[in-house]
Design a protein around this ligand. Sequence first.
Ligand code: SF4
Length: 61
Amino acid sequence: MKYSVNEACIGCGLCADTCPEIFFMNDEGKAEAMDEDVREDLLDSAAEAQDNCPAEAIAEA
Ligand code: SF4
């Protein structure tokens, strides 16, 4: 399972703080998700990042 970040991202950085293995901030200050399946041991923190995104900009891809 992968995640993606859509254009609703407001660049708060919370997801990258919560699960930096999957989410990172790009040069434009918006979040992106790694284009790779989420490792088993990262599922909880990736889901937490999705749940806590204030813009609801993170979706399962
Ligand atoms: S938590 Fe949501 S709004 Fe904040 S940087 Fe991540 S995707 Fe963007």
